[in-house]
Design a protein around this ligand. Structure first.
Ligand SMILES: Cc1cc2nc3c(=O)[nH]c(=O)nc-3n(C[C@H](O)[C@H](O)[C@H](O)COP(=O)(O)OP(=O)(O)OC[C@H]3O[C@@H](n4cnc5c(N)ncnc54)[C@H](O)[C@@H]3O)c2cc1C
Length: 289
């Protein structure tokens, strides 16, 4: 398959990339790793008139911890760099654990986290992980910038809060406090496939061992990633024992709205959520101990 004709620009400065987007708006698409956009163009599902290639904008390839411990990930930081980073493995292991489930190493060598989030596939792992980690996104356009919480960014399948002239410039992930454990589990037909159901958990224990913070987010669970807020809230104050996970699992299954696919009916997806939630909570609770 071949894409429809398009113009290609490869600026070396972010300002130039934003200027091009300001001129061409919705006619133009940013090209990051190309792992979603290029297949879509080859199938002619996407037919942008203009590609603004970000691969030469060196300042966007950023991965650093700020003084307060926030991880700052730039738009052109590739998956592989994140999952292999020693600081990420030590301080935000949930990222590396979930990234290992995204596609295959070849795709992760090119693909970017920002491109993945902007693509906003509801079956994708990382949008749910961003909800669980309470990430914030910095959106830039010519002459302006705003911050959006991950929970407000995803609007529907392949739809986000990005305006036509905006770039997702940076992803900010706050440091996890001491006593926090995290985990990610999914069920996919084959390793590297999109999940039929995936669950990310963040649990923090207080000094007495009881849960003080709980976040649960699921992928392939609705038109957007789903934060199971009531299920998570019901964990706060518990000792995070196996018996404490039964009711939250049933509650999480009620909070999701899976759409079904050729691989799994919505009922099966709900069943998977009921199975995965206690398992992921048990792992996170053990790691928080
Ligand atoms: C065989 C295969 C298997 C895969 N399996 C999985 C999987 O299991 N789980 C999963 O989550 N994903 C999977 N993917 C998709 C993969 O994760 C993509 O890399 C990712 O979705 C897009 O990242 P990218 O950098 O390649 O973005 P691109 O393809 O370059 O761009 C994707 C979209 O985002 C826009 N965009 C990119 N960067 C920005 C930015 N900074 N600001 C604004 N807009 C931007 C582009 O214009 C485009 O619309 C798979 C892909 C393939 C080919």
């Amino acid at each position: 398959m071949k894409p429809a004709p398009f113009a290609w620009h490869a600026p070396e400065e972010l300002a130039a990339a934003l200027a091009l987007k300001a001129v061409h708006g919705g006619e133009a698409r940013f090209l990051a790793g190309g792992q979603s956009l290029v297949p879509a163009m080859n199938f002619r599902v996407a037919q942008p008139a203009v590609l603004v290639d970000l691969n030469r904008v060196a300042t966007l390839d950023k991965l650093e911890f700020a003084e307060d411990g926030t991880l700052v990930i730039g738009a052109m930081c590739r998956y592989r760099r994140i999952e292999r980073d020693a600081g990420v493995l030590r301080r935000l292991p949930l990222l590396a654990e979930a990234l290992a489930e995204v596609a295959h190493p070849q795709i992760r060598t090119r693909g970017t986290l920002a491109g993945n989030l902007c693509h906003a596939d509801p079956a994708s792992e990382m949008p749910a992980v961003m909800l669980a980690l309470d990430a914030r996104f910095v959106l830039r356009r010519q002459g302006g910038e705003r911050e959006v919480a991950a929970r407000d960014f995803f609007l529907g399948p392949l739809a986000t809060a990005l305006a036509e002239d905006e770039i997702l410039a940076e992803i900010h992930i706050p440091a996890l406090p001491p006593g926090t454990g995290t985990a990610f589990l999914e069920v996919a037909r084959r390793r590297g496939d999109y999940a039929m159901m995936g669950v990310a958990a963040v649990l923090q224990r207080g000094p007495d061992g009881r849960c003080v913070v709980a976040r649960l987010a699921l992928c392939s669970a609705g038109p957007t990633p789903v934060a199971a807020e009531r299920a998570a809230a019901s964990l706060v104050g518990t000792r995070l024992a196996a018996a404490d996970f039964v009711a939250p699992a049933a509650q999480a299954a009620r909070e999701i709205d899976p759409m079904g696919s050729v691989q799994a009916s919505p009922a099966f997806q709900r069943h998977l959520a009921c199975v995965l939630v206690p398992r992921v909570l048990a792992l996170a609770a053990e790691r928080a101990a």
